[in-house]
Design a protein around this ligand. Structure first.
Ligand SMILES: Cc1cc2nc3c(=O)[nH]c(=O)nc-3n(C[C@H](O)[C@H](O)[C@H](O)COP(=O)(O)O)c2cc1C
Length: 455
């Protein structure tokens, strides 16, 4: 029997006995950012793209156009233009998703149509045993236009990277929200923790919001609850894969080294905690530095951050036997009184709804003589001024809302609770440099960092 003809849409039932199995296989698709660089037969690539054109399109206009790039030089250029998407140079093909402008613009219907086709291609690639990833982050459109010789009446909306994943690529898919959270019947209903704060306004017109200019962005973590921050960060950390070296910005590099160098000597079996490690950039550096017998506790607000960091540590060839993955809620650390030898808070106080209460918590869980290593982005610096004028106008970043805090203020919070044992400023410029500054100037650097001892 012709199965296509027999699925008549009448609801009488499917003649495909294993339709559930097919859906389950489709659901195992996951994004790949670690391709092996091998080639795929050009005929198969064409079939995948042709499969995508079975998607519906607004007014059936099919105003889409797909440019399949397999030329290695162009793929290298595509990677450079994209900025961060190194997988553009390692996949087998990039399919640029384009459309002709001027028709079916309302409600983004042309964009919706191209999106449907792209997902259909992804399923086709997946069922054939390939990996892929959809990318909106393609970089500067003018440079791409030149490279692809795209006429002005056509627009670019993204690129689908198709290839074969490396055997060592992370084997898991980004977590999905519980279904109950993201649907409702007949009217809007959704748990408050999944609706994030925005600046109060009568309306939030879509076109008033841009990536780098969002007048409604609420960067003040005190306007967010711990639950909202945890919810946001736990999903957004999966915007990338838990690969080695992920989330290491140029700005951070040397600064991380300077911040962690404040950690003093520890006993061979010490207990160390890092608070709100998000994507684990400091966690991997800490694990690398700590003696094998030292336990590293990672305290996050969402288990999804912890599963990300666990795989990242694996990808970085770091041992997991003395890593403890601990969820905490509402600002209460999941540790007993006087149980830890060191607590590290690297650029996280400024992400918290209640930073002073957190420092009280740190005092509670530290053993007498234990160290708190604290660093914060300093409002009272060239970076703080840049944050005020530029950064804070944009959307809240994937790490969640934050506001730099004046170094002098943080110093006061620390001095009220601990003995200040060492203090430095890091970075005189707004970005990039990691000059270490001691003495008076330390309070005017991009980062203020201190080692504090609990008496
Ligand atoms: C419209 C769209 C744009 C995306 N852009 C990027 C991108 O520029 N870079 C990237 O690494 N991933 C990108 N992704 C991949 C998502 O991060 C990914 O689909 C998400 O984390 C869920 O993971 P999964 O695909 O493994 O289920 C994009 C996905 C979509 C749907």
């Amino acid at each position: 029997m012709d199965e296509r003809a027999a699925i008549d849409g009448s609801g009488a039932g499917s003649v495909i006995s294993d339709w559930r199995r097919i859906l389950d296989i489709m659901a195992t698709r996951r994004s790949c950012r670690d391709f092996d660089g091998t080639e795929i037969d050009p005929e198969i690539l064409l079939e995948i793209v042709r499969d995508g054109t079975e998607a519906p399109s607004s007014c059936n206009q099919q105003q889409w156009h797909f440019i399949i790039v397999t030329d290695r030089e162009k793929m290298l250029r595509a990677r450079d233009i994209s900025g961060g998407n190194h997988h553009f140079a390692e996949c087998s093909a990039l399919v640029y998703l384009c459309f002709q402008k001027g028709w079916t613009h309302g409600n983004f219907s042309i964009v919706q149509s191209v999106a449907g086709a792209c997902y259909h291609m992804m399923l086709s690639a997946h069922l054939r045993g390939f990996s892929c990833i959809w990318n909106a982050g393609i970089g500067d459109h003018d440079q791409l236009r030149d490279m692809l010789e795209l006429p002005p009446i056509f627009e670019l909306q993204g690129a689908l990277a198709i290839g074969r994943s490396k055997p060592s690529a992370p084997p898991m898919k980004a977590p999905r929200r519980p279904f109950a959270e993201i649907h409702s019947l007949n009217r809007f209903e959704r748990p408050g923790v999944t609706c994030y704060p925005a600046r109060p306004a009568e309306a939030y017109p879509f076109f008033a919001i841009k990536n780098d200019d969002n007048p409604f962005a609420e960067w003040n973590p005190q306007a967010w609850s711990w639950g909202q921050i945890g919810d946001f960060r736990g999903y957004s950390v999966w915007a990338k894969s838990p690969l080695a070296g992920v989330y290491v910005s140029r700005r951070q590099g040397e600064a991380t080294e300077a911040e962690l160098s404040l950690l003093g000597a520890l006993s061979a079996a010490a207990q160390v905690a890092e608070i709100m490690p998000w994507g684990g950039t400091y966690s991997v550096e800490l694990r690398r530095r700590l003696a094998p017998g030292v336990t590293l506790h990672l305290a996050e607000l969402s288990p999804h951050n912890l599963s990300f960091i666990e795989e990242r540590l694996r990808q970085e060839d770091l041992p997991l036997d003395r890593v403890s993955l601990d969820v905490f809620a509402d600002g209460t650390l999941p540790y007993a009184n006087r149980s830890l030898d060191a607590v590290v808070l690297p650029q996280t106080l400024e992400h918290m709804p209640a930073p002073e209460a957190m420092l009280d918590e740190v005092g509670r869980v530290l053993k007498p003589g234990g160290q708190a290593i604290v660093s914060v982005r300093n409002r009272d610096s060239a970076y703080g001024r840049h944050w005020d004028a530029v950064e804070s106008r944009a959307q809240v970043p994937n790490q969640g809302p934050f506001q730099p805090i004046e170094a002098g203020r943080v110093r006061g919070w620390l001095a009220a609770r601990f003995r200040l044992d060492a203090e430095i400023g890091i970075g005189r410029d707004a970005t990039h440099d990691a000059a270490i500054v001691e003495g008076e100037g330390r309070l005017g650097c991009r980062l203020y960092a201190a080692r504090c001892i609990r008496d």
